[in-house]
Design a protein around this ligand. Sequence first.
Ligand SMILES: Nc1ncnc2c1ncn2[C@@H]1O[C@H](COP(=O)(O)OP(=O)(O)OP(=O)(O)O)[C@@H](O)[C@H]1O
Ligand SMILES: [Mg+2]
Length: 437
Amino acid sequence: MAVELYAIQKRFGRTQALQEVNLQVGEREFFSILGPSGCGKSTLLRIIAGLERPDAGVVKIGGVDVSRREPNERGVGMVFQNYALFPHLTAAQNIGFGLKSRVSKRELAERVAEMAQLLELEDSMLARRPRQLSGGQRQRVALGRALIRKPRVLLMDEPLSGADALLRERMRGELRRFHERAGTTTIYVTHDQREALSMSDRLVVIQEGRVQQAGRPIDVYRNPSTPFAARFLGSPGMSLWAMRLSCEDGVPRLHGCDGSEWTVAHLAGAEPCEVLVGARPQRMCLLPAKPASCLLRCHSATIEPQGETAIVRARYGEDEVVAMAGVEEAERLGGDVELWISPEDLHVFERASGRRLAAAGETEALDLVAASDGAGAVTGARAVAGAGAVAGAGAVAGAGAVTGAGAVAAAEADTAGGGADAPAAPSEVAAAAEALR
Ligand SMILES: Nc1ncnc2c1ncn2[C@@H]1O[C@H](COP(=O)(O)OP(=O)(O)OP(=O)(O)O)[C@@H](O)[C@H]1O
Ligand SMILES: [Mg+2]
């Protein structure tokens, strides 16, 4: 089922958690909501689930406005951060929780067995309590509990945050494969850009409650529309440094703090302004790879070996520039470092507004002007549109606040003693019960 969000607003006291969020998630899509801690990811997911009421805006699922519907009427399944399993129930009882009052005992047993098979949970595990399961097994139980009612939309809130690095990597692949088998529209919240890049059909980058950019992972990575998105994606993120754009005699040029000057033919007509120029660390070289490469003279370099490669951090004016190099090559470096960048790998943003002035990789349509002194033309142009604005949406009249169900009082009381590595917050256990009523 497609999920559409129109002009969603949410404020908690003085905190504007979400501002004019417009998003469309296609049927069967694996869609990630990506952003740093506190940017509003969970709030957005809880609004889709109906566990939180927006101050304004409309939520549609399958084309139908569900803004006023209760969580259990929306056809969504939710996997909470830290799983929020009921600690006093077995794995099988956890999986069956949302169906228990709706079907016969026999059907319940069949559906739980079917789900266990799908999730490759053996019989011996089904009789165990959550604290007797590994992190990966707990995660599968949480998935089973969300999926047993055959939700139209599966919502996952940082489901891998409790797992160690190796398990996370394995579970990434498992979740993606599972999605391909089940074909359920999935909305996945994470602050880990590697997860979002590796699993999603599309993603949205959120900062301080605002959509920065939405698109296919590769498109957002290659053509970030804001400096924030540029820095947030990639490992390490994009390096950005200050330059000045001039346009004397109609020739646009970028001026660096070290006196370097790069002609940027495609920015003809651009108003002179302060800019941020960026490049991916993997695209910066210690030697000029191409004749028209741009030269950045940096100083105070430090090296962080990573095995085969090393991260080189150096200063360029006020900014830190990060490059990747072979570890042996990097270890030969002194404090002063020359970094060479192919013009088509440069990204240019207006400093004041963050608006993109040049899109990397758009070389074909543009004139490359090689300049002397290793400086070349910056290629690309055109601002890259982020998630298009979507009109509409009236205020949602709030039904009463969603509270925890009494049925989980015992579960809440038992949570602290659950023995999980990262026990779920009682409020999440209560919310899980609410959504599964
Ligand atoms: N119930 C609440 N009462 C008050 N403020 C809240 C409440 N829930 C969230 N907030 C605030 O709203 C903002 C967004 O919170 P949210 O939990 O959505 O962030 P998040 O992106 O999920 O962060 P994290 O990655 O740390 O889980 C934060 O500033 C948070 O402190
Ligand atoms: Mg969160």
